[in-house]
Ligand binder design. Structure first.
Ligand SMILES: [Fe+2]
Ligand SMILES: [Fe+2]
Length: 208
């Protein structure tokens, strides 16, 4: 399936996103491409999904709700989580501009904020790259997440989900049910117990 050229996407995003969001988007692409190279995920899919993940971020809540309604998206009472609407709407906004995109790319956009049970490698990649991109201000667990992602993408994603749920619970914020289900789906795959000097965690993050 032909996918839009990178420069076309960039031109479109540059016109619609605030400068800070545009820079974040480039950071997510950089992080996603680094991890995609390491873990053998197709680079074009990684780049396209990373660039488009926040393409609906500039739209109003009313507009996002209208898009979701038009496409019969089951929001699972998602009106309570307005910050998540931009993810659910993203595949439709992106495809209206660029034509049909692969289902895996659409799902990577759709679930980049919540995660879901049984994520594909591309979904894990975009969910995690959004969290771990280099432009993020430091916060507890960020460095460990980056190292775990380089060593093992699913383990890194599991670590991020766990960290996110812990953070939300400690702030008495509600955890979106899909995020809880995503975390539970890793329960048969316990976090890797790295020792401090484990060589698998020594690979440095590359700064291009
Ligand atoms: Fe987002
Ligand atoms: Fe984002």
């Amino acid at each position: 399936m032909p996918m839009p050229a990178r420069n076309e996407i960039l031109k479109w995003l540059y016109e619609r996103l605030k400068p800070k969001r545009f820079l974040h988007t480039l950071g997510v692409e950089q992080e996603a491409l680094q991890l995609a190279r390491i873990h053998g995920i197709p680079l074009k899919e990684a780049s396209t999904a990373a660039l488009l993940h926040d393409c609906a971020k500039n739209l109003s809540t009313e507009k996002l709700l209208a898009i979701c309604k038009d496409h019969n998206i089951n929001l699972h009472n998602n009106e309570e989580y307005p910050q998540l609407l931009h993810a659910f709407a993203a595949p439709y906004v992106a495809q209206k501009q660029f034509g049909t995109l692969p289902e895996d790319v659409c799902n990577a956009l759709r679930f980049h904020t919540t995660g879901r049970a049984g994520m594909s490698p591309l979904e894990e990649l975009i969910y995690s790259a959004d969290y771990a991109e280099l432009g993020r201000d430091p916060f507890p667990g960020l460095e460990e997440a980056r190292k775990r992602l380089i060593a093992d993408l699913s383990d890194g994603t599991h670590f991020i989900l766990q960290n996110t749920v812990k953070y939300l619970e400690s702030n008495h914020s509600e955890v979106f049910p899909m995020t809880m289900q995503a975390l539970e789906s890793y329960k048969d795959r316990p976090l890797i117990n790295y020792s401090q000097n484990d060589r698998r965690l020594q690979k440095e993050h590359i700064i291009w």
